[in-house]
Design a protein around this ligand. Structure first.
Ligand SMILES: [Zn+2]
Length: 396
């Protein structure tokens, strides 16, 4: 069969797989077992071995599959990584978000660009990887709940450490129009709960207002936000160049004349360097332990302030010499590198020593939107990248 024919078959197969993937309603937090089994079956058909890691109630699952080298040398293994969850859909779609539709040069559907398109390409390419004389392992890493503070990936990475898979080149196929992204801010999310003592508003000294203490906590966070600006690293590559902080919501109280016994605050920070995250947490925790909580307890000893970590996705740091970036550039011929503000699992892979680059089909402008789509041309470019990976992974 001619190469062109073969390429066409792979492309057609990627479209078919992408349609199938979109039909699984894998909204973050929901069960994704069926989708993972679907991927696992395709990969197994082409000789891959795999293992899964689960959340506590086995509702959500990560898959890590490997097409082994026929004869390995010292080349770094490749990890093709994507998240299987998609963000919820809001009203206003022109068609069923979970039924992919091709119109013109685009394929529409929730997750088409973020990021089932990439996963579909890797699966469509599996038969090629398995039919050539690979001289390095090709791994497929599909995680759950990336969109909600990367809950799935840490479980997978823990298992990788156990299995001593801590070296390699990881390509995370988030939608970047096939451009290389080599740095991202971290994203830390918290909810802080306040518990005081309810009472009548006419006798404020007898109660502990959770709402008022929460307000002081928020004021302190906003003060600290200014400190973060003062700490802007000189060589920051981000926009804005400093670590940001945002209060997402304050919830508490029941009536004008009742002292609120409960309140909670949702907030997040996006540190440009890890140290800013540590600084911020230390400062706010000290303020709680030395100031707010002792005051609350003076009136009501059972008062509480509890900071719950929703997720602490560490940033992805630019490194001077990145094997992953060089590898991708050598295939695409594009040496440019950029930073973006959306979160990915990149920092988690980087932290264990795996060289990582973010590069995938589709544009982030369509991610999370109504009528999300991926341009068909982007899928073709992604398949080209996979072909390049194959060419760099065969015994000569
Ligand atoms: Zn994504």
């Amino acid at each position: 069969m001619s190469t062109e024919n073969n390429n066409n078959l792979i492309y057609e197969s990627s479209l078919k797989i992408l349609k199938d993937l979109i039909s699984f309603k894998t909204i973050s937090g929901e069960n994704n077992n069926e989708l993972i089994d679907y991927c696992d079956q395709i990969l197994k058909k082409f000789g891959a071995t795999s293992f899964k890691t689960f959340d506590d109630d086995k509702k959500r699952v990560n898959l890590f599959a490997t097409i082994k080298a026929k004869k390995s040398n010292d080349k770094l293994p490749i990890i093709l990584s994507g998240h299987t969850d998609v963000v919820p859909v809001s009203k206003g779609w022109s068609s069923d978000p979970f039924k992919a539709e091709i119109k013109g040069d685009k394929l529409y559907g929730r997750g088409s660009c973020d990021m089932k398109g990439f996963i579909a390409c890797t699966l469509a390419y599996a038969p090629i990887f398995s039919s050539v004389n690979l001289d390095r392992d090709i791994h497929f890493s599909f995680t759950f709940d990336e969109e909600t503070a990367c809950l799935g990936a840490p479980l997978l990475i823990k298992e990788l450490k156990k299995r001593k898979i801590t070296n390699g080149i990881c390509i995370i196929g988030e939608p970047t129009n096939m451009k290389i992204i080599d740095a991202l801010k971290g994203c830390y999310e918290y909810t802080t709960y306040f518990e005081g003592l309810a009472g009548h508003s006419s006798t404020p000294h007898k109660g502990v207002s959770a709402v008022e203490y929460a307000a002081r906590y928020v004021k302190k966070l906003i003060e600290l936000r200014e400190k973060l600006k003062e700490k802007t690293p000189k060589d920051s590559i981000f926009d804005p160049p400093y670590s940001t902080l945002q209060i997402g919501g304050i919830f508490g109280g029941i009536a004008h004349n009742v002292i609120a016994d409960k309140c909670y605050v949702n907030w997040e920070t996006r540190p440009v360097i890890k140290e800013d995250g540590i600084f911020l947490n230390n400062e706010i925790d000290n303020y709680v332990n030395e100031k707010l909580l002792p005051e609350m307890k003076k009136v009501f000893p059972d008062s509480k302030i509890i900071k719950k970590i929703i997720g602490e996705v560490i940033g992805f740091e630019r490194v001077e010499k990145s094997e992953a970036c060089e590898f991708v550039s050598s295939i695409t011929g594009d040496n440019s590198k950029d930073v973006v503000s959306f979160g990915t699992e990149a920092g988690l892979f980087q932290e264990v020593g795996i060289s990582t680059a973010v590069c995938g089909p589709g544009s982030v402008e369509q991610a999370h939107t109504i009528d999300e789509f991926i341009k068909l041309d982007e899928l073709k470019k992604c398949l080209k990248l996979l072909e390049g990976i194959k060419n760099k992974s065969i015994i000569n």
